[in-house]
Design a protein around this ligand. Structure first.
Ligand SMILES: NC(=O)c1ccc[n+]([C@@H]2O[C@H](COP(=O)([O-])OP(=O)(O)OC[C@H]3O[C@@H](n4cnc5c(N)ncnc54)[C@H](O)[C@@H]3O)[C@@H](O)[C@H]2O)c1
Length: 352
């Protein structure tokens, strides 16, 4: 077990992020700490990485975006009651961002919050979704409309999970890694330029270095702004348009964010006159990691989706733009301005 990072959102509560090399040993160790431990694991993962601990009650669940609804989590809450999970119990969740979002939400409201340990299983959840305590359920066809910010006690990264990760999930995760480079670490962007997907898949040491970098960037940002007042919003680069594309076209989160970053890049050119080599560099990086840079999209659907954005305050959205590579800024744009940009995006074929 090796420490990767940590962050502290209140004086007496710290979240530790560690690397583990034996999943069952880790689960056993956690189970020794409390009277009762329940482990919720993605059914697909359970086949590949069975949890064998005798001291833990294992609950296998279907995962993917469909778990993030009120209807899907209701039977899970019922089974916590059935298994007499109480405030002295520990909940371990093993899965991708969809499952950690859904279980994080339940852990925060069940008995007003019980101890939670997260073991993210996709690249995207290792570098992003599992870190920082945000959780969420989708509602009324809009992403993450219900949710809380609830910090896990421990986040355990088990890099072996990457060995079975489908190609599409690798590419989805890389969109978030590219995002970290663009908003916070220009050196990371330079390093990424020297690689492509096949090359990094054969270099686990480098991969772990990059994951550590991203996890540390996010930990630092979350510690400085745990409740999303200012700095943490920069992590939403690409997400305003991305979330709408994700729910309208049912595409992986990272792919939607990649497309959203291109749009935000072009808007940055117009709002801040950033160097016109930045968007081509972004597109090159996305291409190198096989993240789509084009989609057949419908103006009305996206404009309508933006109006449902939960981060909208009246007619204004805090839109994350780039000032330069490695530096993000928040610019308040009105819905009308965003719609005008969407028109330009359609006419000038930014992403289609
Ligand atoms: N809370 C946050 O801060 C935050 C940040 C980013 C994204 N998210 C959310 O994360 C979700 C996307 O999560 P995701 O990209 O991890 O996908 P996912 O959780 O939907 O998982 C994708 C698929 O990969 C499979 N899988 C997972 N790990 C595997 C492994 N090791 N080997 C083989 N198959 C595996 C799963 O069974 C699933 O079918 C979205 O709902 C998004 O909104 C949340």
């Amino acid at each position: 077990m090796k420490k990767i990072s940590n962050y502290q959102v209140t004086i007496n509560y710290e979240t530790e992020i560690i690397e583990i090399d034996d999943l069952n040993f880790f689960v056993d160790m956690i189970s020794l700490r409390s009277k009762k431990t329940i482990c919720i694991i993605d059914r697909n993962l359970s086949v590949l990485y069975p949890v064998t601990s005798k001291k833990v009650h294992v609950l296998e669940v279907e995962s993917g975006e469909s778990i993030k609804t009120m209807e899907s989590v209701r039977p899970l809450i019922q089974s916590f009651l059935d298994h007499q999970i109480d405030r002295s119990s520990t909940m371990i969740v093993i899965g991708g961002g969809a499952l950690t979002d859904a279980i994080g939400f339940i852990a925060s409201i069940y008995l007003r919050g019980i101890r939670m340990i997260v073991v993210p299983s996709t690249l995207l959840s290792m570098v992003d979704a599992a870190i920082g305590g945000k959780n969420g359920l989708n509602f009324a066809q809009a992403k993450n409309q219900l949710g809380t910010i609830y910090q896990p006690e421990t986040i355990a990264i088990f890099p072996k999970f990457l060995e079975t990760l489908p190609e599409v999930e690798w590419t989805s995760g890389f969109a978030e890694i590219i995002k970290y480079g663009l908003i916070a670490d220009s050196d990371l962007c330079l390093e990424l330029l020297d690689f492509d997907l096949a090359k990094i898949q054969n270099d686990p040491t480098k991969m772990m270095t990059w994951m550590t970098k991203c996890i540390q960037i996010k930990s630092r940002i979350v510690q400085q702004d745990p409740t999303d007042k200012a700095l943490r919003k920069t992590l939403n680069f690409g997400h305003t348009i991305g979330h709408v594309l994700e729910s309208s076209y049912n595409i992986p989160h990272g792919h939607a964010v990649g497309l959203g970053m291109i749009v935000a890049g072009y808007i940055s050119e117009r709002e801040f006159q950033i160097d016109n080599t930045i968007v081509p560099l972004m597109i090159r990086l996305l291409n190198q990691f096989q993240i789509p840079t084009q989609i057949d999209w419908n103006y009305a659907a996206i404009a309508n989706g933006i109006r449902k954005d939960k981060k909208r305050a009246n007619e204004i959205i805090d839109f994350v733009l780039l000032n330069k590579i490695g530096e993000a800024v928040i610019k308040q744009l009105t819905l009308t301005q965003i719609e005008e940009y969407l028109h330009i995006a359609k006419t000038e074929q930014w992403i289609s």
